[in-house]
Design a protein around this ligand. Sequence first.
Ligand code: AMP
Ligand code: GLY
Length: 418
Amino acid sequence: MNGNKRVLVIGSGGRCHAIVDALSRSPQVGKIYCAPGNAGIAEQAECVAIGVESVDELVNFAKQENIDLTVVGPEAALAAGVVNAFKENGLRAFGPTKEAAQIESSKEFAKRLMAKYAIPTAGYEAFSDYEQAWAYVKARPLPAVIKYDGLAAGKGVVVAESYEDADAALKDMLLDASFGGGRVVVEDFLDGPEFSFMCVVSGEKVYPLAMAQDHKRAYDGDKGPNTGGMGAYSPVPFVTKEVEEFALEKIMRPTAKAMVSEGVPFVGVLYGGLILTAEGPKVIEFNARFGDPETEVVLPRLTSDICALFEAAIDGVDCTTEWSDEALLGVVMASNGYPGSYKKGAVIEGVDGVESKVYHMGTTRKEGKLLTAGGRVLMVVGRGATLAEAKAMAEKGCATIECEELFYRKDIGHKVLN
Ligand code: AMP
Ligand code: GLY
């Protein structure tokens, strides 16, 4: 940090730790604040106790501290209108407005947009009535893909292998209103390996980032419940130049253009959750922000200045990026019970002895002790010339960390290793 720019990062997870880490390598940045941050971020930035949805407090802080650039991490902050408020106050924030963030917060908005602009995705129908939804699902082949229409932190999707499970999901989402009541989208089932293609977008301009693959299920062998993501790696060998080109030209660029045509230009990270089907890549979902845990394996590979990229996107000017050829693989250490209920406050030891980078996802420090403070707690990221080397390094790191309340997957990268 040799520059004089004052930057604020909003969020508290591993994604924000990776953003802070990348910003700390920028020659333009002199000071980084993070609201609210966590124990790991506190080693690289000054943490301030402001919640990600406390819009007025965030605006006031940015004004008081003469913040030059604010980077918004989580969807909750975007949906709360943080970027709208910053703009109204003449502050520079990297992230989409609440209206543009609908590409993530409303499945139906995203599906309609893709249908209108012929962006490859699964066919779908939307319902708010349980009887109609059930009649539609039971007349179709399995598996049934049922998605709650709204923010559900990656947990509002059920891929049901039986009609019984499909019915239970519809009842849960439409009758019990356990998600807040509302609508569901029922989709065609797509088959193939998934990958995450994040692009920095500024109106019609698209700056692609390196590819990554997430691991959504809680346990080895892709078993167990869906989570926010249990590990990731970059690059992704099955995403060839040709597949990337298709994804960029037929999916990401047309989507950026479509948002402009719809009067909701997107500035920020457009995350394409894509699946490589026999007919080429198709969209499973869009997110309006950096992915977590993908960001933790993608940003360390960026060798050019991330601050310049954020500034270029805000100003709508061209910017080139440079990437290292290194392979990165990260393993998430999560609290026992996650994604269900779990304990907090367990003591973690050994983090300082890990030779790979450890991003903190949900930690806090009390009386000098590092404690668990979330579902996903740490992400250990190994690096090397190959993914196998990166994996060995990450696993060595995980084995060094001592905490009885943590578990992690041993098979991150299984789709491309062995
Ligand atoms: P989402 O939250 O939309 O990313 O969905 C979570 C997970 O459900 C995805 O990562 C996929 O594994 C699966 N999924 C979602 N939609 C589909 C689909 N149309 N076909 C097959 N699998 C899907
Ligand atoms: N890792 C998936 C997400 O960030 O939504």
